[in-house]
Write a protein that binds this ligand. Structure first.
Ligand code: 9MR
Length: 563
């Protein structure tokens, strides 16, 4: 969507659920204290409310007033009118108002597929030729082993491109794949009927699983079957130019095994194994292969508990220098928590319980690619009833720790100038800040699932509103969704395909106070430091670990909105 007239009344451009909180923000000074809701067409006034006092977060000069109309629940099309300010864009109040978003966010993973032709029937005007076959990639000197010498080649075909670049990183694939698998595990019946228009030949397999398994199969190829170690990434030596996949012909390498990569494999493959048990005919043998891969990766990690991926050090040691993304995590406690939790959930075995239990007092916090411990908490809580009896009571401690964070969010939501959880703290505005917003939403949904306290659901929908326009910039941060959304994401296919509209359903990184791309931003303050410019990789790139919690959040709300 092209930029429309800026009225300074910012709201969720995708709309509102009748049964959940609804509000807009006004970012310009206004003397008026009340606002009207009027119908479209006709502009008949149906609701008048009063706005909150103007407040600032301190993360920009903007003073915000909130127009809350949560108690208005009549489905229809409306706009907000404020004398002296103007009119908001039109919006709807409806059941399933976020269905288009929920489907598009999932479909975005199909558009990210490596080694794949995107067929016109599925991809529409964004169809494209296949690229990066990755069927015969080099072993980087950092990754040679007894049976995989420098002159060998291996097949690591498929999976998703990580982001706006064309490389494939295990560490970031871990949380992304796990988040999709968790969405399915939390809402299996809902997903059974959710169609995302992706190729899916298997009977009774939901599209979200088809898509997740696509990346899972790639992850399995990244394991050395001889010792169970897992390569950190499949990559070029340098980032590709801004060209289509089929034009990108640089040599590809698998690079250095590492503890984070192996534990990511253990976590994802263990989770996938228990889900795939329900699909023996559609995926014969895959559940067993996943569990073997998970155990093999776990055992390798026990022998190599501290092998960080240090790209700078590696580049000092070898002639073939690698300059692509590092995802260089050095702290593995959270990976141990996650992997042990998934293996415990899937096998019930004591050794995984012991490993998990020994870290029970370790802090957990909002997840991100380098902080995955709480993913294991989500799984143990979700699958509590399937655990061996002796381990079940432990989940009350895990719930308490999740609720401590969720309750802190609800307090922040009350005091924040925007009336939302996201952006209550300066540290929220990091690289990929939109995944802070979406992962906070996912955490709140998890809290809702085991408490049924609707306040958590309303906290989650508030963060979705933030993503879709109720923020200081007024942008909906998802391509193709809303009246003002990114047109120039840092995403090679969107840039190079000759199609004006970017590939849809992609969540851009969002405001990033550090602006590592070195560009001149129109507004430099933390909550405004976003630039819809293809060169702005620090605020306008897209990435699978940002889209995955959007898939979870949008679909969870679609499923739970009427409760
Ligand atoms: O999302 C990553 C962010 O947390 C890091 O600060 C940043 C710099 O290391 O890298 C981001 O990840 C990028 C990855 O390294 C390469 N593909 C694109 C990713 C998103 O920008």
């Amino acid at each position: 969507a092209q930029e429309t007239e800026n009225s300074n009344i910012f709201l969720d451009q995708s709309g509102f659920y009748p049964n959940l909180d609804k509000s807009a923000i006004i970012t310009s000074a206004v003397s008026e204290n009340s606002f009207d809701l009027v119908t479209l067409p006709g502009r008949k006034r149906v609701y008048t409310g009063s706005m909150s006092e103007a407040k600032s977060t301190g993360y920009s000069d903007i003073k915000v007033r909130i127009a809350d109309f949560s108690d208005f629940d009549r489905p229809g099309t409306y706009l907000i009118r404020i004398p002296g300010v103007g009119e908001s864009p039109a919006f709807s109040i409806a059941d399933h108002v976020h269905q288009e978003l929920a489907v598009a966010a999932l479909k975005a993973f199909y558009y990210q597929r490596a080694s794949s032709t995107l067929d016109k029937n599925y991809a529409g005007k964004w169809y494209r030729a296949s690229g990066h076959p990755d069927t015969s990639v080099h072993i980087h000197p950092s990754a040679v082993s007894k049976n995989r010498k420098a002159d060998s080649r291996i097949n690591v075909e498929g999976g998703w491109y990580d982001a706006g670049d064309y490389n494939k990183y295990i560490v970031n694939s871990g949380i992304s794949t796990a988040t999709l698998l968790s969405a399915y595990e939390d809402f299996p019946d809902y997903f059974l009927s959710l169609k995302a228009s992706i190729p899916n030949a298997k009977n009774k397999v939901p599209d979200i699983l088809t898509e997740a398994i696509c990346n899972l199969r790639w992850m399995l190829k990244m394991q050395d079957p001889d010792d169970g170690g897992v390569y950190n990434k499949c990559t070029n030596l340098d980032f590709d130019a801004m060209i289509m996949p089929a034009q990108a012909l640089s040599a590809r390498y698998v690079v250095a095994k590492g503890t984070a990569a192996a534990l990511n494999m253990a976590g994802v493959a263990a989770q996938a194994s228990r889900i795939l048990r329900d699909f023996p005919e559609q995926y014969p043998g895959l559940a067993d292969s996943c569990l073997s891969a998970a155990v093999l990766a776990w055992n390798w990690s026990i022998k190599n508990p501290n092998l960080a991926y240090d790209q700078d050090l590696m580049n000092k040691m070898f002639n073939l220098k690698v300059s692509t993304g590092a995802y260089g995590d050095k702290n593995f406690e959270d990976e141990w928590i996650w992997a042990s939790a998934e293996l415990l959930t899937s096998t019930g075995e004591k050794k995984y319980f012991d490993a998990f239990f020994s870290r029970l007092n370790a802090p957990v916090s909002l997840p991100g690619w380098n902080n995955v411990g709480i993913l294991g908490y989500y799984s143990l809580i979700r699958c509590q009833s399937k655990l061996p009896g002796v381990y079940q009571s432990m989940t009350s401690i895990l719930k308490k720790k999740v609720l401590t964070i969720a309750d802190r969010y609800l307090v922040a939501r009350k005091t924040n100038a925007y009336g939302i959880v996201m952006g209550s703290s300066l540290s929220d505005f990091v690289w990929g800040s939109n995944s802070v917003a979406t992962n906070q939403g996912v955490l709140l949904i998890n809290a809702y699932l085991f408490t049924q306290n609707k306040a958590y659901l309303n906290g989650a929908v508030g963060n979705l509103d933030y993503i879709l326009g109720r923020n200081a910039t007024g942008y909906s941060f998802v391509t193709g969704i809303g009246t003002k959304s990114p047109m120039n994401p840092h995403h090679r296919p969107s840039f190079a395909d000759g199609v004006v509209d970017p590939v849809p359903g992609l969540l851009v990184g969002g405001p990033n106070r550090e602006k590592q791309d070195g560009l001149k931003y129109k507004y430099a303050e933390p909550e405004l430091s976003y630039l819809d410019d293809v060169a702005s990789y620090a605020s306008n790139e897209i990435a699978i670990n940002w889209n995955a919690p959007l898939v979870y959040l949008a679909n969870a709300l679609e499923c739970l909105q009427k409760t």
